[in-house]
Design a protein around this ligand. Structure first.
Ligand SMILES: Cc1cc2nc3c(=O)[nH]c(=O)nc-3n(C[C@H](O)[C@H](O)[C@H](O)COP(=O)(O)O)c2cc1C
Length: 185
């Protein structure tokens, strides 16, 4: 059987920030082939809520189709992939650019609820970084969104939540070690 492709989503809009430091350090150790989506360098259309994808004569069809790479990325997620997503916490949630990216999964959700989406069961590993060291619900919003996003693609989610990472210099060797061992498992 063909080895599943590793899809890596770097979900921060901040070029050269904490998230990217973590992503690129980890990618330096990855032996498998991977497909990287670097959100800080990616332009795409946000979901318009037009509901074309929900209509029976255009079920699952996004008005943006192949105009950007989003549908292509999501079709990879449906095929039993190993997916790793890194994201910072902004205002107790995922950054707006990443949320806009995830919203585009609505056309796949449309197929899913009509049992027209073929998926294999894959895994979604998530690494979340927050500047604050405290806050009971710091990661709750992000986790909720990602849990329901993952259900569309039948991905089983596990999260590693890192606190006190407010700049690239906070991405210490100890932090990298935690991330490496989480992603190995
Ligand atoms: C707009 C914005 C909102 C933020 N909101 C939070 C927050 O609610 N809680 C928190 O712990 N850190 C918050 N932070 C800090 C970031 O989580 C932290 O600096 C992170 O390391 C940024 O990663 P990046 O460099 O990849 O953007 C916020 C940062 C920004 C830019």
């Amino acid at each position: 059987m063909e080895k599943p492709e590793l899809v890596v989503i770097s979900g921060s809009p901040h070029l050269g920030g904490s998230t990217e430091k973590l992503v690129f350090n980890w990618l330096g150790s990855v032996r498998d082939e991977f497909f990287l989506v670097q959100l800080s360098q990616t332009n795409f259309y946000p979901c318009l809520g037009c509901q074309q994808c929900m209509e029976s004569n255009s079920l699952g069809e996004c008005v943006f189709g192949p105009k950007d790479e989003v549908n292509f990325v999501f079709s990879k997620l449906a095929l039993g992939q190993k997916v790793v997503l890194f994201a910072p916490i902004y205002f107790y949630h995922l950054p707006g650019k990443l949320k806009s990216f995830l919203d585009r999964a609505q056309s796949f959700y449309a197929l899913k609820i009509h049992k027209r989406l073929k998926t294999n069961s894959g895994k979604l590993k998530v690494v979340l970084l927050a500047g604050r060291s405290k806050g009971e619900k710091l990661f709750s919003g992000a986790e909720l969104t990602l849990t329901y996003f993952a259900k569309i693609f039948d991905l089983e989610v596990t999260c590693l939540n890192l606190r006190g990472i407010d700049s690239p210099k906070d991405v210490s060797p100890a932090v990298l070690e935690r991330v490496f061992s989480f992603l190995l498992g």
